[in-house]
Ligand binder design. Structure first.
Ligand SMILES: Cc1ncc(COP(=O)(O)O)c(C=O)c1O
Length: 404
């Protein structure tokens, strides 16, 4: 981004804003889909809305033929409002508003069961609507050697799972459309076990559902500076595909109606599709430590507080003469002592410069709390024009729900 564009954006949108790269998002989607379909053509992507539910992005997924993976009625509503066909909506998540889930089921959407409690609800809904076929999936849970006991889905070795399966299979107006699993660990080593165990389970059950959904948990693209801060290897899209898609190609090679292999990526698609730009408000020295204050906070770029330094670029605006700093920390606008967006910066900096943080596409805008300041605007400049994606929040956006 050059100085002229930056100055135009600042004049229009203020001293801090997000830059959405919807073009990169589209490229990521196409590349990820190709990596899998090259090996197993009966494949699709169910984009994890919660990771970044900016409607502009959800619309791209819909335009490219993908599914909406939602975990709340709020997210289901986003999908319906942008015109996603209900049969392309899959509702996961450990809590569901069953009034809304019933509505989605009646429209033809898919609800993935996560607990016995939910099965009871479904039984009631099925009994209330004998004339409707309800598309139901079951979330399953097993060991993928990641050292985590996941809390999602049914333990496939538990009696509850067998009971639920029986209930679903015996209820005439329930269509068991899919089996789903999700493991948060993004390491490549967990991908073959998840595919293998899903296929083994289906063999054991003598079941080939329409969808076999392996969930999310894939790393996305990132700079080497960020990669080096992870304990595990960061695989490419092709490497993930090669771990699982050949198992599906082999297993279903003689099958006329091949099941649809689904994955539910969030970060892998959107992580590198957003930047956050903020002006340097001041630079101070506290007991020998250089600290720059930004009009931005760790809650703008990394509300999960994962302690990683994102990739940064400093854009000199020429407002003030830069000085050389070493071990400078970029602090945020909040009053939280630990609110640092980046630590240990070495290089030139001046008050009035802009700092641009990369790789802030996942769990940023959707998780930013209304703490100290409302959130900043989101702008998309990736297609040769300046498009306002989300206006900056104002006082009333946050306070109209309170009784004054
Ligand atoms: C059910 C489900 N699917 C998909 C995802 C997306 O995960 P990721 O961003 O790691 O791909 C999540 C994230 O928590 C999830 O819970």
């Amino acid at each position: 981004m050059d100085k002229k564009l930056l100055s135009d954006l600042t004049n229009r949108f203020g001293d801090a804003f997000y830059l959405l790269d919807s073009f990169q998002f589209e490229k990521n989607y196409i590349e990820l889909k190709k990596a899998f379909t090259d090996i197993y053509p009966c494949f699709n992507i169910a984009y994890s809305y919660k990771t970044n539910y900016t409607p502009e992005l959800c619309k791209i997924v819909d335009r490219l033929g993908g599914y909406a993976e939602v975990v709340s009625d709020m997210e289901a509503e986003i999908a319906l409002r942008i015109g996603v066909a209900p049969n392309k909506i899959i509702w996961n998540g450990p809590y569901k508003n069953y009034k809304k889930a019933e509505e989605l089921l009646l429209l033809g959407g898919t609800v993935n069961l996560d607990s016995v409690y939910e099965a009871e609800k479904i039984k009631e809904i099925a009994a209330r609507h004998p004339e409707h076929v309800l598309n139901l999936g079951i979330r399953v849970n097993f060991d993928v050697n990641d050292g985590v006991v996941s809390r999602f889905g049914f333990d496939i070795d538990d009696d509850n799972f067998a009971d639920i399966l029986k209930l679903v299979r015996q209820t005439e107006n329930i269509n068991l459309i899919g089996i789903q699993c999700h493991f948060a660990t993004r390491s490549l080593e967990t991908w073959r076990p998840r595919a293998k165990k899903m296929l083994d389970l289906l063999d054991k059950l003598k079941l080939i559902p329409e969808h076999i959904d392996l969930g999310g948990g894939l790393f996305g693209k990132m700079d080497d500076s960020l990669k080096s801060q992870f304990d595990s290897y960061i695989p490419s899209y092709e490497e993930y595909a090669k771990e699982v898609a050949p198992l599906f190609a082999e297993r279903f090679k003689n099958c006329e109606n091949k099941p649809l292999l689904l994955i539910e990526p969030g970060s892998a698609l959107v992580g590198d599709c957003m930047k956050f730009a903020s002006k340097v408000v001041n630079i101070k020295n506290v007991r020998g430590k250089a600290i720059a204050t930004l009009l931005g906070s760790i809650y703008n770029i990394n509300p999960t507080l994962n302690k990683k330094n994102p990739p940064i670029t400093v854009i000199a605006t020429g407002e003030n003469k830069p000085e050389e700093y070493s071990d400078l920390d970029f602090g945020g606008f909040t009053c939280i002592e630990s609110d640092y967006l980046y630590r240990h910066y070495d290089g030139k900096l001046a008050q009035g410069d802009f700092v641009v943080f990369g790789n802030v596409g996942s769990y940023s805008v959707v998780l930013k709390p209304p703490f100290i300041l409302p959130n900043f605007p989101v702008i998309d400049i990736s297609r040769g024009e300046v498009k306002l994606i989300k206006r900056g929040e104002v006082f009333d956006d946050l306070f109209h729900t309170f009784a004054f």
